[in-house]
Design a protein around this ligand. Sequence first.
Ligand code: 6LW
Length: 491
Amino acid sequence: MIYKNPIIRGFYPDPSVCAANGKYYMVCSSFQYFPGVPLFESSDLVNWKQIGHCLTKRSQLELEGAASSAGVFAPTIRYNNGRFYMVTTNTSTNENFYIYTDDIYGEWSDPIVIEQGGIDPSLLFDDGHVYFISNGADDSGTEGVTQCEIDIKTGEKLSPSKNIWKGSGGRYLESPHMYRINGEYYLMAAEGGTEYGHMITYARSSSVWGPFDGYKENPVLTNRNLGGYMIQGVGHGDLIQDPNGEWFIIHLGFRQIDRWMPYHHLGREVFMTPVSFSKDGWFTAGTCGTTREEYEISGNFRQQFRNIITFENTSPDIDWCYMRNPDPSRYELSNEKFILRGTDKTLEDIASPAFIGIRQQDFCGEITCDISLDKGEAGITLFMDEQEHYDIAIRSSESGFEAVLKLNIGDIKHVQAAIPVSVSSAKLTIEMNNFFYKFSVTDGEEKHVLGIGQTKYLSSEVASGFTGVLIGLYAQGNNIAEFTNFRVEYK
Ligand code: 6LW
């Protein structure tokens, strides 16, 4: 069957994947959002269903003071001997750690910290030995891919940390993953930075400690020379075999808003590109080393996406997330309505305002939600980070309540419109396409357009950082806000 990229849409960066018990499991990075590290399951590598998160407790994930795009960086998931391991970096506490579980649907252990620095940690289980690999400086200060052997029960280092590869020469060597395939060690990594120069490179050795020979045609995968193409920034991936034994790289990439407009606001998404090994053991990937929109995978199944999102067909614990460590007493979430108790914390604060968000997964569609509140302000935010977000809200005014559209782009904080409403019946609507969001409020029978905001000002190119736009419901001003009939329909 033909599958379409991206296979997971919206802000799910840095995918890592493993196979276990006839299924596949994937994790992604999550930065300042809680719970951390979204966890997905699939039986065919194409259709993925989120089943939870790995980091669900504050004892596993401290996010106090974590700025946007800080917190949890790239994770790796591995399965060994009946146990799942997830290893990652909390850049806010500056620690590399792993957690484990024997039940993929259950809770994970408390973190076990590893005394090796760098980011993008990974694990290799190999004949009774376990290697911990990251991108950073080794014990002698040499930068690159660094490895040590560890005791997987305690996390204790059993060897010094040693540089094993310096990459092919691109900047930001990261995301190292080691595999043993047919007795050879393959070390795959990303270089070039997670923007338009991103790429995947690899090297081989007969020993886990090297020396590693770089693939002569590196990068093995990049879209950096594909001008005028929607899919850009491909890199940071993990190798996996499908149920028929064919190889793929599951990796991140992003979709520009248009062929000739180099902006992306949906974040880094998950792509899958076929790999073929030649007889000499080297592999190639994609279409002449690039990732395209459609590929073939064996099997008779269909690729399906969820195009309608409501409170009923999502779960607050699985699909939604909070900003940093939330105070659970501020949220009452059910199939019919979400009630948020606002504080004096706002969307601009590096704190945990009353906010619950779900990723925007496609360009075109419509968001609607009914809202009522007692005082203060509550609404929907298209949230990229503290500086860049568009908010449509109802707030108390001198004469009662008003609907407002607030466009926040860096230091420009613009109130586009403020019109009086009778709060009990206000419906908020956001129509969206690749280029803009159009905001309106319906009060009684009357629909008023409040204005538009261009998508490009919420893009990573403007905002910087590693996240993507979330559709957030928020309340602020020591109030109670009720959200009903929430619906996103992608077209
Ligand atoms: C991640 C690094 C990267 O840790 O971006 O795309 C960093 N690559 O490997 C943040 O996601």
